[in-house]
Design a protein around this ligand. Structure first.
Ligand SMILES: Cc1ncc(COP(=O)(O)OP(=O)(O)O)c(N)n1
Ligand SMILES: Cc1ncsc1CCOP(=O)(O)O
Ligand SMILES: [Mg+2]
Length: 367
């Protein structure tokens, strides 16, 4: 015979009951406590995610899936499991990780809570097998649903932010790469592409990792030029592919449905093909000839007007655009602009970002 203490809720205080327990009963109590704690943990984590889906994203479908999962979990939270609770005696409640106290962004908050929910569901799946024959399979299925929820939520957020983005900074090699990008982010930039055609992969990995962290800390999207492998390696939001780069279908297979794929286009055929192949956005240009892309002929303002009338997905005009001519491309129908030199060579990237955005924000978006 063993002794075990527990918290008696009926007296509303800490009462250590000393009762005779068999070894089997003692183990059962421990299993019940594990189930009770993890049922709470999974539901709390889902509630935190649900609040963002509801109030942050205003997305009824994602909110409903969180709610449905919470309700399915609640069904398993029986009175006998609740009765096994032993909060004052649980040393684990005092343990917090320093990272739990600090979150750098909503994204990291959501990721931490998805992690928490998935861990709790895994515990419920394993220990649940000792409680009821249906509990293990039920929680396994819920765990997979939470993976799908996470992927859908992250993909939805990316697409929403892409739709809201009017200005796109494509970087060029620079001594002050991070400082320039940060200055532009401070001005309200929400979309950045890392483009370095000559650096070796060690430097690309290092710079792309730092830029991804920087962009995400400002809530901005981070895209990699040309390289799907690099995009995956640094957990970027997507990749930008030219006509000579990897086909969209293969990139999609590698990146999955939730990351963004952009495609460069210089004419109507390339535009239609990019849309048919499932690009999330297109580059339209070069509108003007530019030293950043030597030898590439200008597509001109006519192609901008064509895109305005025909593109069913977000499109960014690119090539030679600056504060002096931005209103010409806007007049031709552009609502979104991508630039390299205008920001990378600006003395005050924050001010230039604010100016370009102020011009673009005068037009109402179609998509
Ligand atoms: C937004 C955007 N549009 C077009 C391009 C050009 O891509 P690509 O034709 O592959 O040329 P490189 O940039 O790889 O030299 C782009 N990068 N971004
Ligand atoms: C990468 C690219 N693709 C078409 S034009 C261009 C470069 C645009 O650079 P800038 O904004 O300095 O003219
Ligand atoms: Mg390319």
């Amino acid at each position: 015979m063993k002794e075990a203490g527990y918290y008696d809720e009926s007296t509303n205080g800490v009462v250590v009951m000393v009762e005779p327990y068999s070894q089997k009963e003692l183990i059962q109590q421990v299993v019940y406590r594990i189930l009770d704690a993890n049922l709470d943990r999974a539901r709390e984590g889902l509630r935190i995610i649900e609040e963002w889906c509801r109030f942050g994203l205003n997305n009824a479908q994602l909110s409903a899936e969180c709610k449905q999962l919470r309700q399915e979990i609640a069904i398993w939270h029986t009175a006998e499991l609740r009765a096994a609770r032993n909060t004052p005696g649980d040393r684990g409640t005092e343990l917090t990780h320093p990272q739990e106290e600090q979150r750098s962004s909503v994204k990291s908050l959501l990721q931490a809570n998805f992690c928490r929910v998935q861990e709790a569901l895994r515990v419920l799946e394993e220990y649940g097998k000792l409680y009821h024959p249906n509990m293990g399979p039920a929680f396994k299925q819920m765990r997979y649903r939470v993976y799908t929820l996470e992927s859908n939520l992250m993909g939805y957020q990316r697409h929403q932010l892409l739709l809201r983005s009017r200005l796109y900074l494509v970087t060029s090699p620079s001594e002050s790469l991070l400082a320039t990008v940060e200055a532009a982010l401070k001005g309200g930039l929400t979309l950045v592409q890392y483009r370095d055609k000559t650096a070796d992969d060690t430097l690309r990995l290092e710079q792309a990792t730092k830029l991804r962290q920087l962009c995400h800390s400002y809530g901005a999207l981070f895209i990699i030029n040309d390289r799907v492998d690099l995009a995956l390696a640094v957990d970027a939001d997507g990749v930008h592919l030219g006509q000579q780069d990897m086909p969209i279908a293969i990139a999609r297979q590698l990146l999955g449905p939730q990351r963004l794929i952009g495609r460069s286009t210089t004419n109507s055929d390339e535009m239609q093909q990019a849309i048919t192949e499932g690009a999330d956005y297109i580059g339209v240009g070069p509108v003007y000839e530019t030293p950043t892309k030597v030898g590439k002929a200008a597509a001109g303002l006519e192609y901008v007007s064509y895109a305005a009338a025909n593109s069913s997905i977000p499109w960014f005009v690119i090539g030679g655009i600056d504060a002096n001519n931005i209103n010409d491309v806007i007049d031709a129908g552009a609502e979104r602009v991508a630039v390299v030199r205008s920001l990378m060579q600006a003395e005050q990237p924050t001010l230039v970002t604010q100016y370009l955005l102020s011009q673009l924000n005068r037009v109402k978006p179609e998509t």
